[in-house]
Design a binder for this molecule. Sequence first.
Ligand SMILES: Nc1ncnc2c1ncn2[C@@H]1O[C@H](COP(=O)(O)OP(=O)(O)O)[C@@H](O)[C@H]1O
Ligand SMILES: O=C(O)C1=C[C@@H](OP(=O)(O)O)[C@@H](O)[C@H](O)C1
Ligand SMILES: [Mg+2]
Length: 175
Amino acid sequence: MIMKKNNIFLIGPVGSGKSTIGKHLSKKLNMEFYDSDKEIEKRTGVDIGWIFDLEGEEGFRKRENKIILELTDKQGIILATGVEAIKNKNNKNRLSARGIVIYLKTSIEKQLSRTKHDKKKLFWKKQNTILYHKLKKLEKKNNLIYKDIADFTILTDKYNTKKITNQIIKILENK
Ligand SMILES: Nc1ncnc2c1ncn2[C@@H]1O[C@H](COP(=O)(O)OP(=O)(O)O)[C@@H](O)[C@H]1O
Ligand SMILES: O=C(O)C1=C[C@@H](OP(=O)(O)O)[C@@H](O)[C@H](O)C1
Ligand SMILES: [Mg+2]
């Protein structure tokens, strides 16, 4: 189909739908899906929260960089990357060079409401004391970073994941 040779990289904040939309796209486009978080968990045998506790964010990012380097060597995959991964210059260049980068833009309010009951993301909340204010402070800066690297930006607040998936497929078909 359309995307056989190209990779699709999904970027965006926590709760933007990278993992969910990545899975939908994978089924629809018949492309392999990877989630950098899941790959790290698979290889270490522990969940991301544990890695943050044991190795701190620095240790986690090192693992993440390694995985991104490895996965971006592949062709015809969909990859959901970690939230901060694109702030690393090597990752950024690598993603731009190896595929189509899609930014799932999401408001902080939606980020928080979508992750409210998610136990797996608890550590992320714990890390961010007075979370809303911290996120708000980062919002503009992050937006610019994401936009700068993205080939396409999709607003996710008002649409369900199926609609967003179809929207992405349309964009790719018309590209
Ligand atoms: N566009 C959307 N509309 C409604 N719920 C969504 C949307 N995108 C994601 N979600 C929900 O938000 C939660 C977090 O999504 P997830 O795919 O894990 O995001 P990410 O991987 O970017 O953190 C999941 O429960 C998912 O079903
Ligand atoms: O990169 C980050 O800071 C993280 C983002 C979260 O993943 P999602 O963006 O998939 O929610 C979290 O679970 C993860 O492991 C750490
Ligand atoms: Mg995810």
